[in-house]
Structures are given as C-alpha cells and as structure tokens.
Write a protein that binds this ligand. Structure first.
Ligand SMILES: [Zn+2]
Length: 115
C-alpha cells in the first residue's frame, strides 16, 4: 500500500516547520526555506547570532527521526537537479573538465560521479 501523501503541506528544508507554521515559504528546486530561516541565514552572513532555529540539538529524538525522510527526499531531489544540469551541459558538448572545474573537483571525479 502506498504511503498517504501530505500533498498540500510543504516543509522548510532547514527547520522542518510546515507552511502553516511559517509566514512565508520560498521554494527552490527540491527545497523550501521559511522566512525565519532566511532571517537566520542573513544573520549568519552578517556575523550575528540568530534568534530563530535553536539547532538540531533542540529537537526531540522523535522530531529528529521525523525530519530524516524529508531531508533525504531533499537530498535526492537536489541530486536529480544536479544530474539534470550536468546532462544538459554534456548534451551541449561542455567538457567533463569544465564541469569538474565548476564543482571544484577533477575531470575524473566528475566523470565517475555523473557519467
Ligand atoms: Zn525554516
């Protein structure tokens, strides 16, 4: 039997709050980020301590275990985006060397990973 999908509920990929618990949820390819996490990120970039997400240690075991499947799904989605982007570049004749350079790895490493 298929797992029931909570199709109308989206979650912040960083703090795991649902779209109902946050003011704004911004979508990227396979990921979402809430307004509080954006503010936290801005604070980090400005070198200020954040007042939003208290860190993974603040979650209970159950909350953290519940956060694993959506996190893994985000990783899988990001991997598919990366694979697709590399596929498009390869179809345009862009060399493995250039793709490797963009990712900061060797031509050999990128070839083994994506070919
Ligand atoms: Zn968030």
């Amino acid at each position: 039997m298929m797992m029931p999908r909570r199709k109308d509920r989206l979650y912040c990929s960083f703090c795991r709050k649902s779209d109902r618990e946050v003011t704004e949820l911004i979508a990227g390819p396979g990921v979402h980020i809430c307004d509080a996490c954006v503010r936290l990120c801005n604070g980090v970039l400005e070198g200020k301590p954040g007042d939003g997400f208290a860190g993974w240690d603040s979650l209970t075991d159950r909350q953290l275990l519940g956060a694993l499947p959506p996190s893994e799904a985000s990783v899988e989605a990001a991997r598919r985006v990366l694979q697709t982007q590399v596929g498009v570049l390869r179809s345009r004749g862009v060399s493995w060397e250039k793709i490797g350079a963009a990712l900061g790895v060797s031509r050999q490493a990128v070839w083994e990973r994506f070919s």
